[in-house]
Design a protein. Structure first.
Length: 359
């Protein structure tokens, strides 16, 4: 890894390198140098991203597009977008012995949150994610590489789970019988977004696809969201995934892998704050059907991640980083509790959206 530093022209000025963040896929480091600028150095997980050069191409296209727009709906793009730090040879990534590395400028004076109880902060996150969508509305999604095919194809995620259960290579299915049943009981509603996309009832857009709270940098002083990060999964998709996934994490009262499910609730006030921020930015561009499906998308994406965690457990934890043997089951159970919470608050959330769009 040390060799990488030379490609970026970092020499004796590096004073500290530390593992950074809580990502489940890539390896991330914070590089401090003598100058005031800090850098994020990441090794791209090539089991997940099979063509890292296409990931980087997408990120370049999208960040350049946003930068060139400058301003939209009161949001300035100068700081609102991730900045790739190029190598001395002006490359967006480095590959050495089949390991792929890339660097970003660290967004100064900012931090990320794993959870929040602050509606105002979460509203700012809604604004940032909505603005991200807004900035990219004029960008043709077909210009992007599909770096992970069928990433948010929920019915295909269901098929993958069924296959993993049938094969049961690691004899684990018996341990998650109840969890499997929970999913199977709900399988009929899994195609609401994919069907609508296929029938062109909702538009294909450029979407982030991984809008969890810790992918939004928040200014330490103003508590405003400054920048949406982790653009690895920027691909053609539905705006609904970005709305749903952000709510899934940010409006939950506990972490994604909370062991004590009695602590996991959906905080309606946080939901409303986020939806307000998001709709402030996007109401003009969303179609009526997209608006209609916002609440369903929260349910759908939570079901989807439950299935992904279960599938990964059945496949011997090969995809998500795990800290302990049962980690993926714990994650799945936490998300199931959240699904129940979303079901409980479904009508209430629908009313909130109705109220917000009337304003
Ligand atoms: C992964 O890399 P990270 O931690 O931001 C995953 C997301 C999941 C998330 C769950 C490429 O995101 O899809 O929602 O974990 N990213 C990929 O925590 O699979
Ligand atoms: Mg991340």
């Amino acid at each position: 890894m040390i060799k990488i530093l030379e490609y970026y022209g970092f020499k004796d000025d590096v004073i500290d390198i530390k593992p950074f963040g809580n990502g489940n896929i890539n390896k991330t480091f914070l590089v401090k140098t003598n100058s005031k600028v800090k850098y994020i150095l990441q090794e791209i997980n090539t089991k997940v991203f099979k063509k890292p050069e296409e990931v980087m191409k997408n990120i370049e296209l999208v960040t350049n597009h946003i930068k060139n727009i400058h301003h939209i709906n009161g949001i300035n793009s100068d700081n609102a977008v991730l900045e790739i730090f190029y190598t001395l040879d002006n490359e967006s990534f480095v590959s050495i012995d089949k390991h792929y590395w890339r660097a970003y400028k660290y967004v100064s004076n900012s931090m990320t949150y794993e959870t929040t109880e602050d509606p105002e902060l979460f509203k700012q996150v809604g604004i940032a994610i909505g603005a991200f969508q807004n900035f990219l509305t004029g960008f043709d999604p077909n210009k992007l590489f599909v770096t992970i095919p069928d990433f948010h194809d929920t019915p295909k995620r269901y098929e993958a789970l069924r296959k993993a259960i049938d094969i049961d290579n690691y004899d684990r299915a018996i341990n998650v019988y109840n969890e499997i049943k929970f999913i199977v009981n709900r399988k009929d509603k899994l195609s609401i977004v994919t069907d609508a996309l296929e029938k062109k009832e909702i538009p294909l857009r450029v979407t982030h696809n991984d809008t969890k709270l810790n992918n939004i940098m928040i200014d330490k002083d103003s508590k405003k969201a400054v920048c949406v990060i982790d653009l690895d999964t920027v691909m053609p998709g539905s705006a609904l995934y970005d709305f749903g996934d952000a709510v899934r994490i940010g409006a939950s009262t506990a972490k994604e892998d909370e062991k004590d499910v009695s602590k996991i609730h959906l905080n309606i006030e946080l939901f409303e704050a986020f939806a307000q921020g998001f709709l402030d930015q996007t109401l003009d561009i969303l179609t009526p059907l997209e608006v209609d499906l916002l609440v369903d998308s929260v349910w759908l994406i939570t079901m989807e991640i439950t299935m992904r965690f279960l599938t990964d457990y059945l496949e011997n934890d090969q995809y998500f980083k795990t800290d302990y043997a049962e980690h993926n089951i714990i994650r799945a159970r936490a998300q199931m509790k959240l699904v129940e919470e979303i079901e409980k608050h479904y009508e209430g959330m629908k009313m909130i959206i109705k109220k917000l769009i009337r304003k």
